[in-house]
Design a protein around this ligand. Sequence first.
Ligand SMILES: Nc1ncnc2c1ncn2[C@@H]1O[C@H](COP(=O)(O)OP(=O)(O)OP(=O)(O)O)[C@@H](O)[C@H]1O
Ligand SMILES: [Mg+2]
Length: 773
Amino acid sequence: MEAYLAELNDAQRAPVLQKDGAMIVIAGAGSGKTRVLTYRIAYLMSQGVDPFNILSLTFTNKAAREMKTRIAKIVGNSEAKNLWMGTFHSIFAKILRFEADKLGYPSNFTIYDTQDSQSVIRAIIKDMRLDKDVYKYKQVYSRISSYKNSLITVKAYFQNPELKEADAMSKKPRLGEIYQEYVERCFKAGAMDFDDLLLKTNELLNRFPEVLHKYQNRFRYILVDEYQDTNHSQYLIVKALSDKFQNICVVGDDAQSIYAFRGANINNILNFQKDYDNVQMYRLEQNYRSTKNIVKAANSIIEKNKTKLEKIVWTANDEGPKIVVNRLLTDGEEGRFVASSIFENRMQNQMSNGDFAILYRTNAQSRAMEDALRKKEIPYRIYGGLSFYQRKEIKDVLSYLRLLINPKDEEALKRIINYPARGIGQTTMDRLSIAGNQYGKTIFEIIENIDHLDLKINKSTQTKLNNFVNMIKSFTILAENADAFTVADTVAKKTGLVQELKKDGTPEGIARIENIEELLNGIKDFVEGQKELADADGSLAEFLEDVALATDMDKDTGDDDRVALMTIHLAKGLEFPYVYIVGLEEDLFPSGMSMNTRSELEEERRLFYVALTRAEKQAYLTYTQSRYRWGKLVDAEPSRFIEEVDEQYMDYMIPQDDYKYKPLIDTDIFGDDIDKSKLRQSKPKKGTPPPAHKPSESQLRKLRKLKPASPEPQKATNAIKLEVGNEVEHMRFGKGKVLAIDGVGQDKKAEIDFENGGIKKLLLRFAKLKLIS
Ligand SMILES: Nc1ncnc2c1ncn2[C@@H]1O[C@H](COP(=O)(O)OP(=O)(O)OP(=O)(O)O)[C@@H](O)[C@H]1O
Ligand SMILES: [Mg+2]
């Protein structure tokens, strides 16, 4: 047996060694599904399969690169770089470029990102004079996106009166027209949006049998990771391509299907056996990633879902520490707790920053974590949110680059035609737009012919427009021979972009210049990398494609050591020794928008399962008692998911209620480290269950604030009988005067004017106040 095959267990080896046919591997988290795909590819190559004939679809491009590196090591040659490996979007963008002319697109089509698409839609809503409060551009965008992912083209839309009716019901009777106009504008601009990359691939494979045959023959072996999260459009592409040879291997875990909201269809995995002949089904049961505690805790959660395939997951790994649960007063405290705990674990267990991940349900939660990490000087990196390529100055440079590659790209043109300022105003732009519509030309083409058209644009403005077009054309000529770096460097200098920022002179301006430098360095690296490849030359077009399709994970070069912050959705497939899952509160996680139906709630539960199963050594769960949401401080209840984890795997570290007004974690408010002894103190003492036990029913009720008949005992400072006019002291807001009191029992609130915090309304049940007079 080849040595690398010994790095698999028997169950994993079986699908690796089955060279031909259709197969599905269904298995729980951490059981080696991704490893099976990697080794299977290496095995196919060792059996003489040409890497050009293998197509492997992954969740991120980074995952693809890692798999390639691993395969290259196993197979021991450089052939691995010829594998077709990447996300659906990046692979099919590449194919669409080869075949673009068949669909009437230029091969240098632009890929519109979400921002571009939304800006086109906003313009359409404005041009159609629709009410922008009814036609919210983001909603319209996601509606159009879901049509595209279900393969409902504009034509199909108008043929199906039910769709129009549904849109009319949601007060958007003209959605179809927006859809149509949007598609036309993108086409005219030579642009495809993200969903088009899948939709147009389907169109290509359906309409051109010879193209379909070509790619069926090329991709004799197809492999798909995270199959549970493919949407309909992706499903059809895979089905079409694999139809001839049926050498298809998909791996997935129905318990980790978390993208239904974006059209992922769990039935793709459930129906796989019906889709192909003689499907072999494999199951893996041994988890190699996590401790026994984590594996068992995760099993105890997913058990609660009704819709699922029964699976066994076990591990031979150590028992490991229990899952720590902690309740904090506010998100600020939550951040400080997490930062201190990371600090402590790092010291005590000789870990690096990169061994820690903080996972949350929504991007907005990152801020409190960031503040706390910064105070402790713990380096971190945020994934998702506004990515590097979406920053203004970077998008400005990229817009020039996009325009010189594809002069039809209107979003790019509009962005930079007058930046830096060239005296080309809005009125001129409006005239150009109108002329464009009138003549059926792009704005760029109108400007090229401006001398022959009577557009009531004065001579000096015409000269400015001509200069602009000539500058772009000179870049285009340069790009014909020069590599991406040379072009980008020239653009940054010749357009005056950098000078403009230098003139600005503010710290923000300087940071922006640094970002542009960073971009140029990135392009240089890219060019060097591309030059090593057989079928690439480091051209600007290649770079732009790479940027357009970079997923958030892809920018992680992994060359420095940082704590990772990301939403759970992004964490899929990854693993970290220590994982902190924060904000485990009702309405936040599970999300308030996902509690209406069982299927939505089950998706949230799967998300929790994904989060917990990222942890190798230890997991922490935290929640707060009150949290700012939509600008208001609201009461938070512990998430039902905390309660759902089997108590024997949990270590409850809930601070005692009588911790007076100096809560445990606030010892850290001045940046001191918490020492272990203080943490110990915080664990429930006599009279309450030992930490390893779940709190009793009555405590649990209190935890969740279900409101049972018996009133809950008021504790500690909460028992203070406050009256209007009292002077009080608060840990953070300092001294204050009680202005008003309202509500009764649990809901009793006091309005207090604080020296350091201004007027605040505090829920007395939680407020840590000291009565002064
Ligand atoms: N046979 C094995 N021997 C040793 N380590 C293994 C083995 N199989 C898998 N692993 C390791 O276990 C971890 C989990 O494997 P992998 O990421 O492939 O699991 P997965 O099923 O894809 O997980 P997920 O569902 O989270 O995507 C990885 O670190 C992998 O290297
Ligand atoms: Mg995996």
